[in-house]
Ligand binder design. Structure first.
Ligand SMILES: Nc1ncnc2c1ncn2[C@@H]1O[C@H](COP(=O)(O)OP(=O)(O)OP(=O)(O)O)[C@@H](O)[C@H]1O
Length: 246
């Protein structure tokens, strides 16, 4: 297990809470990890996407403390740009430019790099995925899996210390999933992968189970995923599905 007791631990959440209209969506989440591939598993409505948005500094916790690499990513937006990147489920929600190079250049420019530095960053990330020939390609001509890769390259061009993946395989067919999984496997950046699907998380180093806004278990996937799957099957066998949303 990758214990980290210091303030410098890669991800450190202490008694984190997030409420909407007085209702807790996340409640007392304490999570410390410096594992390289961190997983968060949880069923629909357990608070996973809210956790992803908090980790990316997009929303502020209503209680507790959140530090990524020792930094407060909500209050310090500049630190957030250097510290954490998030890959959204749908590339269409992320892509804003018509061509690949422009899309990848946006983040480094936001970080204050000049045009020459940015062009070097764009080339370097394209080269690392053997996609230099995509530079001037119109994004609209790319497949869904290729668009995911553009988004990933755009985030990686900012050189974040942590990349958050919120259900990255949702809605993808098998070839596209495999393609994206291959790209994810290649990257060196620390990953926090969020999913409701146990098979997505088998290769994580450390896993956290989120249920109704709380961490109910943590450990290695081999120990935790069978318990999670058994519980999901048990819940699925209950008649009143409405009760499940709790
Ligand atoms: N801004 C908001 N306003 C109202 N309700 C919210 C808000 N944000 C989250 N919630 C509620 O909090 C709960 C958790 O939502 P969240 O999207 O974080 O869960 P999730 O685990 O990602 O779910 P799913 O797997 O279905 O995407 C849900 O019941 C959701 O409706």
């Amino acid at each position: 297990m990758h214990r980290c007791e210091t303030a410098q631990c890669a991800i450190r959440l202490d008694d984190l809470g997030y409420e909407v209209a007085g209702r807790p969506v996340l409640d007392g989440v304490t999570l410390h990890s410096s594992a390289r591939r961190i997983g968060v598993v949880g069923r629909n409505g357990s608070g996973k996407s809210t956790l992803a948005r908090l980790l990316a500094g997009l929303i502020a916790p209503t209680r507790g403390q959140l530090r990524i690499g020792g930094r407060d990513v909500f209050r310090d937006r500049r630190a957030a740009l250097e510290t954490v990147g998030i890959l959204f489920q749908n590339p269409e929600h992320q892509i804003i430019f018509p061509r690949v190079a422009e899309e990848i250049a946006f983040g480094p420019r936001q970080q204050g790099l000049d045009k020459v530095q940015t062009a070097a960053r764009v080339e370097s990330v394209l080269r690392s995925f053997d996609k230099l020939h995509w530079k001037d390609a119109p994004i609209s001509a790319l497949s869904q899996g290729q668009k995911h890769l553009v988004c990933m390259m755009a985030v990686l061009a900012m050189r974040p210390r942590l990349l958050i993946l919120d259900e990255p395989y949702a809605g993808l067919d098998i070839p596209t999933r495999r393609q994206l999984a291959r790209y994810l496997h290649r990257i060196e950046t620390r990953l926090l992968h969020i999913s409701h699907e146990p098979s997505d998380l088998e290769s994580c180093d450390e896993l956290f189970w989120l249920d109704r806004g709380r961490i109910v278990a943590q450990g290695a996937p081999a120990g935790l995923l069978p318990d999670f799957t058994a519980e999901m099957i048990r819940l699925g066998e209950l008649d009143d599905i409405a009760d499940l949303a709790g």
